[in-house]
Design a protein around this ligand. Structure first.
Ligand code: ACO
Length: 310
């Protein structure tokens, strides 16, 4: 009976046994995962755009090769995640179309422009650094195919974060002008990066249920705090500062305290009114339309192969 299935599911969650694609699961659990994994996949592929913007203008051949590899990794992350979402019974084309139509979200952070090379280092260091904090926790998510995709993604994200830190270190040790560019990039990205972790716990509609289902293992605020604690010493090692007058070490708590996030900005960006929302969706729609001949060619090739084999 349904009650027995539900009991079996609850027991598995309680015992930290992963839920697999063919297992019975509550419909709301399935839909919540399609929502989160789908948004996550869209974030990976939309996230290629701000960095791809600097591929042709990387300062050296080495930086260009590294950035090219990183942007390709992001495409791969999108593919693992779309595959993980498909194991839940959704169609990849359907969720992709919803993203193109603005009916499914992707991370707010990719709606900010990359104005210069310093931004690329800062994205690797801070954006991928924040993504790792969030994704390491997801390696223990209760849904097996999602958790396993996260393991490989986290390994690659570590490389991304380190290449970013190495790029910003070069600028921090460079000329005064380079140092000023780096500080400016940090000033622009700091708050948007803190917003990546989502609304505060008191204002996060999905958190309680997602934590009960062990999809999320830590709350939005816990992960945001962990990121700040990890990152401030790195900021100091670079000789840079955060644009936050309230940032201070709290000895008793063992954490860095930070100022209030401008939640209205996150809200606006999520609603589609950020600096680059329109441009990002336009770029993805154009790529989808211009790639039609590739999809048609691939299908024609596949059907030819099938008929030859038969
Ligand atoms: N950008 C865009 N939308 C966001 C963001 C954000 N930074 N934070 C929260 N939201 C959305 C949620 O998706 C949700 O919208 P929905 O109900 O329409 O689906 C709404 O705001 C409310 O937020 P929460 O209740 O806190 O939602 P949730 O429990 O899903 O937590 C979080 C949000 C932490 C982003 C979670 O979905 C998650 O861990 N996702 C996987 C990681 C991820 O997507 N990373 C992408 C950026 S990293 C990268 O790709 C390199």
């Amino acid at each position: 009976t349904d009650a027995q299935y539900q009991q079996h599911f609850d027991d598995k969650i309680a015992a930290d046994t992963s839920i697999e694609a063919k297992d019975w699961m509550p419909e709301a659990y399935r839909q919540n995962l399609i929502r989160q994994i789908g948004q996550h996949a869209h974030s990976e592929v939309v996230g290629m755009l701000p960095e791809a913007n600097w591929l042709t203008r990387a300062p050296t051949l080495r930086r260009k090769a590294v950035l090219l590899a990183k942007v390709q990794d992001e495409a791969g992350h999108g593919l693992y995640l779309y595959s993980a979402a498909e194991t839940l019974g959704c169609s990849r084309q359907d969720i992709y179309q919803k993203m193109l139509d603005g009916k499914m979200k992707y991370s707010s952070i990719f709606n900010y422009p990359t104005l210069n090379w310093a931004d690329i280092g800062v994205i690797g260091w801070l954006v991928d650094g924040a993504a790792i904090v969030n994704q390491v926790a997801l390696c223990r998510a209760s849904y097996g195919p999602y958790a396993r995709a996260m393991v490989k993604i986290c390994k690659e994200e570590s490389f991304h974060q380190r290449q970013g830190y190495e790029a910003v270190m070069a600028m921090a040790n460079g000329s005064e002008q380079q140092q000023a560019m780096l500080q400016d990039a940090i000033n622009r990205f700091w708050w948007p990066v803190l917003m990546m972790f989502g609304p505060s716990d008191t204002d996060s509609p999905h958190s309680a249920q997602s934590m009960a289902w062990k999809i999320k293992r830590h709350s939005n605020d816990e992960l945001r705090q962990k990121f700040v604690d990890n990152t401030v010493p790195q900021l100091e090692a670079l000789g840079m500062t955060a644009p936050d007058a309230d940032l201070a070490w709290d000895e008793a708590a063992g954490h860095y305290r930070f100022g209030e996030i401008d939640w209205s900005e996150l809200h606006e960006v999520i609603k589609g009114r950020g600096q680059c929302n329109h441009e990002r969706l336009q770029a993805k729609r154009r790529a989808w339309d211009e790639g039609a001949w590739v999809r048609e060619g691939a299908l024609a090739h596949a059907s030819k192969n099938t008929s030859t084999a038969a």
